[in-house]
Ligand binder design. Structure first.
Ligand SMILES: Cc1cc2nc3c(=O)[nH]c(=O)nc-3n(C[C@H](O)[C@H](O)[C@H](O)COP(=O)(O)OP(=O)(O)OC[C@H]3O[C@@H](n4cnc5c(N)ncnc54)[C@H](O)[C@@H]3O)c2cc1C
Length: 283
């Protein structure tokens, strides 16, 4: 199928892009096009204007700024995957990037686009939640920074307003214990279950534990009861109890790719493996 007829604008600044979005309530930002263009072709989305931010200067790149990594909105999955800075400062991102789709899609799709799209089976929302990252957003009233914890509000839903633009993603640089893994039917497929774990190990016990699951639940979710169970314990000491708590508190989804029970099993296996490997790495 072909996309519907629509207007196209290529602003050269974030402010101009915001004005264009505000002028048409059915306008949409176009970044890498790897989610939006298929939706247009299938007529599952019908914006009246595409605001292509690809020519806005200064939106692509990765920098360490104080205690955080700042990843510009046009930074692709491949840029993240191959960045030496990311590999040394936030290695969970390198690992997750390599599991997103295929090289051709990673070369065009952007991290910020995936965060805005908020697919429940996407890797980046899980990584951001697990690392306590945040989203820098420009809108008509100026720029604000929204913590990932309050950004994703449901499947394909975020707190972004129609005239907002993500300008960057922020990831804290404080060293943390971490693990990331997923089960997909084939390499490059969306994960049937994705797990992202991280915790502060600076005192020898697990603190500020974050256990995030995507792909298996209707939306990206934190397993907060399991996190509380692990808080203050030595790595590996309460793994089985935490996995059981996560399996109990999460609501697993079903579709043609797998039942809720199947996804529960995949997820508990991932979490158990993740928590054990995290303990082995620190032991
Ligand atoms: C075959 C295939 C397999 C895929 N597999 C995976 C996978 O395994 N995991 C995964 O995570 N993704 C996967 N994707 C999606 C891919 O990662 C996309 O790149 C990503 O979801 C969207 O990024 P984009 O830059 O292409 O955004 P676009 O497609 O341009 O936009 C997507 C949405 O985000 C909005 N948007 C984009 N940028 C901004 C911004 N800066 N501010 C505000 N709104 C914005 C757009 O308006 C649109 O609604 C797959 C895609 C394909 C085609």
């Amino acid at each position: 199928m072909k996309p519907p007829v629509l207007a196209y604008a290529a602003p050269t600044s974030v402010a101009e892009a915001c004005v264009l979005l505000a002028a048409d309530e059915d306008a949409k930002v176009l970044a890498g096009g790897q989610s939006l263009l298929p939706l247009l072709a299938l007529r599952l989305a019908a914006p009246t204007t595409l605001v292509d931010i690809g020519r806005v200067p200064g939106l692509r790149g990765i920098e360490a700024e104080g205690d955080r990594l700042r990843i510009g909105a046009l930074t692709t999955h491949a840029d993240v995957e191959t960045s030496a800075l990311v590999a040394s400062k936030a290695p969970m991102l390198s690992q997750a990037a390599g599991l997103i789709a295929h090289p051709q899609i990673r070369a065009r799709g952007t991290m910020a686009g995936a965060v805005a799209h908020a697919d429940p089976a996407a890797e980046w929302p899980a990584v951001l939640l697990a690392l306590g990252g945040s989203v820098e957003v420009a809108g008509p009233a100026g720029t604000r920074v929204v913590p990932a914890d309050g950004f994703f509000v449901g499947p394909f839903m975020t707190v972004l307003e129609p005239d907002d633009i993500i300008t960057a993603i922020h990831v804290p640089l404080a060293p943390r214990g971490w693990w990331f893994g997923e089960h997909a039917r084939r390499a490059g497929d969306y994960g049937l279950s994705i797990a992202a774990l991280s915790c502060d190990l600076s005192t020898g016990v697990m603190r500020d534990v974050r256990i995030v699951v995507a792909g298996a639940t209707g939306t990206v979710s934190r397993a907060t009861a399991a996190e509380e169970l692990l808080d203050g314990t030595e790595p590996g000491a309460a793994t089985d109890r935490a996995v059981a708590a996560a399996a109990q508190e999460l609501t697993f989804s079903a579709d043609i790719h797998g039942s809720a029970g199947y996804r529960r099993t995949l997820t508990t296996n991932l979490l158990r493996r993740g928590l054990r490997e995290l303990a082995e790495r620190t032991g």
